[in-house]
Write a protein that binds this ligand. Structure first.
Ligand code: SF4
Length: 188
């Protein structure tokens, strides 16, 4: 069994990614968790940009995430927008300043350097293997997948070019289906 070896490899990768992310965030005066929140909000859809969804995704307490959000608001990296249908719900929208920051720092320079040393075939192989590991980890532990919308069971093609969500009963754009979602349900 290779379980121990796989675990140690992933753990080491995780540590190296954290070191690089800490360094990248520090250049903008951000703590790692603040950068993680901004990154999550830059890739999630409109059904997943709430305080509760961020809390679930990061596995942090509600108090920690609330505090982080307050700091990001003060730094003008994030705005709270009330939901049009339900005023009790706030959506967390990152500002253009935060979008530029994420574009500059994620993936980190360290990661891009490593990736550039791999051939396209190697990158595709690593991507499939990691995806398999992630899916297995999530499914075997009954966790939320937070997967990409295009791979969701509720995602249906509508007409020639559009998409439709059979869960929330709303149309989706081509951009929407590339984002991750709190309600995602795997096709498998
Ligand atoms: S199709 Fe699935 S992933 Fe996409 S918005 Fe609906 S529930 Fe979320």
């Amino acid at each position: 069994m290779k379980t121990q070896f796989i675990y140690h490899t992933i753990e080491r990768l995780g540590e190296l990614l954290k070191i690089a992310a800490r360094k990248a965030g520090a250049e903008y005066g951000l703590q790692p968790v603040q950068l993680e929140v901004l990154h999550y909000l830059s890739v999630c859809n409109r059904y997943s940009d709430t305080l509760m969804a961020v809390t679930e995704y990061l596995g942090q307490t509600k108090g920690t995430v609330s505090q982080t959000i307050k700091i990001l608001e003060k730094k003008q990296l994030l705005d709270k927008i009330s939901d049009l249908k339900d005023k009790r719900v706030s959506h967390l929208k990152i500002t253009p300043k935060a979008i530029a920051l994420i574009k500059d720092k994620i993936p980190t320079t360290m990661f891009i350097n490593a990736s550039n040393h791999l051939s396209l075939t190697q990158q595709q192989g690593i991507s499939s293997t990691l995806q398999l590991l992630l899916t297995t980890l999530i499914q075997s532990n009954n966790m939320k997948s937070f997967g990409h919308c295009f791979s969701c069971r509720y995602n249906a093609k509508s007409g020639d070019s559009g998409y439709f969500c059979n869960l929330v009963k709303e149309p989706l754009t081509e951009k929407d289906v590339l984002l991750i979602c709190r309600e995602h349900l795997s096709n498998k």
